[in-house]
Design a protein around this ligand. Sequence first.
Ligand code: 48F
Length: 256
Amino acid sequence: MIEETIISKAIIESYLNDLLDSIESDVVIGGAGPSGLCAAYYLAKRGFKVVLFERALKLGGGMPGGGMMFNRIVVQEPARRILDEFNIRCQEYQPGYFVTSSLEAAAALADKTLKAGARIFNLITIEDVIVRENCVSGVVINWSSVEMAKLHIDPVSFASRFVIDATGHPCEIARIVEKKSGGKLLTPTGRIEGEKSMWAEVAEQFTVDNTKEAFPNLYVCGMASNAVFGGPRMGPIFGGMLLSGKKVAELIMKKI
Ligand code: 48F
């Protein structure tokens, strides 16, 4: 005999227990693309309490779509070693260019990150931040469906010591902070510098170099770094995303 109400109770209680236990954490990450998942994995693996909010239904951000829906991505050294850490298989297409399934990569990143202990909540959007004494100290969230339906429903707040903007091209969290701080980001102009046109070689290094604090206690990684600090885009090469996620985790570990 199967009792529907037991199924309902199991789902609701299990979810709410996790959500309640996530109200205070070490690090909140916005966005479960490759950089956000990597950041969450390395932080969780070291025992930090990590909470990741993802607007979409699926995990992986821009990764599963590969290049123009060809579900393959390219990774270069030294990021290939991160593929090994996640047991993602790849082939050397030409010296230095490793090609892999974008589906396997996204699935493996999500799987290992969850098993490392990061809490991931999909279908939730970060719509604002908490700022105390000029430091970001948490996020304000709502169901993505509320945002999509344009319903007027107040959000709730989750506190954390650090916040990572891994929201990709739109750099949504940094954009909110830029707006509400009146242009006081830690960029040359205090503003979002804006993403530049495709230049893979420059962009890949730029992402890693500009994985850093964009406002006190707010870090940016992945494409959000390029958008905030004014670097080019790179298309379906993903080494910089993985290295950036690892770097932001290491930067925060040093500060915690
Ligand atoms: O875009 P995305 O994959 O970011 P990323 O980790 O990687 C970029 C690459 O996919 C690709 C590229 C590199 O080759 O150029 O574009 O920098 O993942 C960002 C995730 O953040 C979610 C969004 O749904 C996506 O899954 N997201 C965006 N805004 C919010 C958000 C928000 N306000 N709250 C929660 N999630």
